[in-house]
Design a protein around this ligand. Structure first.
Ligand SMILES: [Zn+2]
Length: 157
């Protein structure tokens, strides 16, 4: 008996598999997210050897592999290092009404940037090097979207 597929055109279907999952954030991640949730404060960790301050915090320095044993409280504002503006709606990916942005933000006191959302900006109003500030969610759950987005700072910075 031959393979039934030999004389058949294969039907290929496209889809998307949704796989819900949960995992432990780890000791460093737990402390970080609890601080965001309970105190609206960003924490970083400082490398005991080279002194680099990481945000998002890390247990070990990826540059010199030493332990990042010191916790550092960071500002809730920082510098926009790079960004892009999203103007096309995608129903499964759009977290905010258009236009919104994605930016790499280096918080005050940190030596590294992290990716987050940008919103409440004028068209053409974003620029590399500009000051941005965090807007926290009223209801926080201990996750990165406890910070809804960053926006250009309103005051003098
Ligand atoms: Zn280091």
């Amino acid at each position: 008996m031959g393979d039934w597929r030999e004389d058949q055109e294969l039907v290929v279907m496209e889809g998307r598999i949704k796989v819900p999952y949960r995992w432990f954030a780890g000791e460093v991640g737990t402390r970080y997210f609890e601080s965001l949730r309970d105190e609206r404060k960003f924490l970083g960790t400082k490398c005991g050897a080279c002194g680099k301050v990481y945000h998002i915090p890390r247990r070990n320095c990826p540059d010199c592999f030493a332990e990042c044993s010191e916790w550092v409280e960071l500002g809730s504002a920082g510098t926009l290092e790079t960004y892009t503006v999203v103007r096309r709606q995608h129903p499964q990916l759009a977290p905010l009404p258009l236009p919104y942005g994605y930016g790499v933000i280096r918080l005050d006191g940190a030596d590294t940037g992290f990716l987050h959302l940008l919103y409440e900006f004028e068209e053409g109003g974003l620029a590399t090097g500009m000051r941005v500030e965090a807007v926290f969610a009223d209801e926080r759950e201990g996750r990165i979207l406890d910070v809804r987005y960053f926006r250009p700072t309103k005051g003098v910075s």
